[in-house]
Design a protein around this ligand. Structure first.
Ligand code: CO
Length: 423
């Protein structure tokens, strides 16, 4: 099921629940609240962070930034990157931030009219944001907005900053990789270097490569990179020639950005506030790494979480905060183990499947959980094969993740949980 179809389920409930259910209108409203510094927004953002933390994420989506002087063709490049990501099967949310413009009801259209034509498309969400009214400044407002968007389930966030200056520098720590867009004949390079923006870019996009002056621009930038390497030892950065209007070079630019974003030991990951392990977990859980289904976790039924956690701690596995799932009458704790996890389950009531399991067989392996990309699709295929599911409907767990259990009778003796990958 596509992102677009999910929103038509008309979710009810709290704003957080509607956000987790990927309701676009709720997201749009929440972003407006963030923009205007509404206190309700701060509560919702905090709830989103808690919800993601329960799943072991500090960030969920892959975040790519694009910056550069007006007229360099950023918006057209954003459009091209959006199309490229859609072709790769990812949903894309674009957040265009203008740190210097006055509040205009959240819409700075300018050359973004072409992009607006994509706004109604399946798997594309576009939002402009003015941040002058936000008390915490541009970076705080942008981080809140990005948290809301990724909590609402979008795969890739493209953050476009307009103008060249402090706003760009502030936004950089919020993204996993950033491209500086330069075009020939604009004096951009010099301007950008003065503003310090050149320093913070990971990739240089030399746009309008079909124009005169491209060779000069490339030589100028290559010389600057070589000089920097001599002085600081920093390796020259990737330069990609693009023609945003024709789409030339856009895939190469995307790949260059993703290479930085997925680099677990990269400088940016070490600099960012989240610890390196969380970043690694994020990359694994994130949408751009997985191909087929993979083991999400092993569920182990125990008498007591207190007792079991001590054992796993001794093994070097750190328990995450416990969570009670009322519907399943169970209390769980997750332990990150490399690219997978161990889930310890303790019954909260005698009349529960975990309590019955432990009474009948003692402590032990209770279920195996596979992470799949499209749960609806997998469930439909299993149903078509006559596979027996424990639940009739796909369940929604704490934190909004979707799952279903396949009965051991159909799964060759194993209780098999299928959980949907974040997207
Ligand atoms: Co489980």
């Amino acid at each position: 099921m596509s992102h677009e179809e999910k929103k038509r389920e008309e979710p009810r409930g709290t704003m957080l629940e509607r956000l987790l259910a990927r309701d676009r209108k709720t997201l749009a409203r929440a972003l407006t609240q963030v923009e205007s510094g509404d206190t309700q927004a701060a509560e919702l953002v905090a709830a989103c962070r808690r919800s993601m933390a329960q799943q072991g994420w500090s960030r969920r989506a892959v975040r790519l930034g694009l910056t550069g002087a007006p007229g360099a063709g950023k918006s057209t490049l954003v459009e091209g990157l959006t199309r490229a990501l859609r072709q790769r099967g990812r949903s894309v949310a674009v957040l265009a931030i203008d740190p210097s413009s006055p509040l205009t009801g959240g819409a700075i259209l300018g050359d973004r009219i072409r992009m607006q034509s994509m706004a109604g498309e399946d798997g594309v969400f576009i939002r402009s944001m003015a941040t002058r009214g936000h008390l915490g400044g541009v970076a705080a407002a942008a981080e809140d907005a990005l948290t809301l968007i990724e909590c609402a389930g979008w795969d890739v966030l493209l953050v476009e900053t307009t103008g060249v200056g402090q706003g760009e520098v502030d936004v950089v720590p919020l993204v996993d990789a950033v491209a500086l867009v330069l075009a020939p004949g604009m004096g951009d390079a010099v301007q950008a270097m003065k503003a310090g923006v050149l320093e913070i870019a990971d990739v240089l996009a030399l746009n309008k490569a079909d124009r005169d002056g491209m060779d000069e621009l490339e030589q100028e930038m290559a010389a600057a990179e070589a000089l920097t390497e001599t002085v600081t030892g920093r390796a020259p950065r990737t330069m990609v020639r693009t023609v945003a209007t024709s789409g030339e070079g856009v895939d190469a630019l995307l790949d260059a950005l993703l290479a930085i974003a997925c680099d677990r030991d990269g400088v940016r990951q070490q600099q960012s506030k989240q610890n390196a392990k969380q970043a690694a977990d994020l990359r694994v859980s994130g949408p751009l790494r997985e191909s087929g289904p993979q083991i999400d976790h092993l569920g182990i039924a125990v008498h007591s979480l207190d007792a079991a956690e001590g054992f796993y701690r001794a093994l070097g596995l750190e328990p995450q905060p416990r969570e009670t799932i009322a519907a399943e009458r169970v209390r769980v704790t997750m332990l990150a183990a490399g690219e997978s996890r161990i889930e310890l389950l303790e019954a909260t009531e005698a009349e529960s499947s975990i309590a019955r399991f432990v009474a009948r067989r003692g402590e032990g392996l209770h279920h195996v959980a596979l992470r799949v990309r499209d749960l609806d699709d997998v469930v439909a295929r299993l149903r078509a094969q006559g596979v027996r599911l424990v639940n009739e409907q796909i369940q929604v767990g704490a934190g909004g993740h979707r799952y279903v259990f396949v009965h051991p009778a159909s799964a060759h003796g194993v209780l098999l949980e299928l959980v949907e990958a974040a997207h």
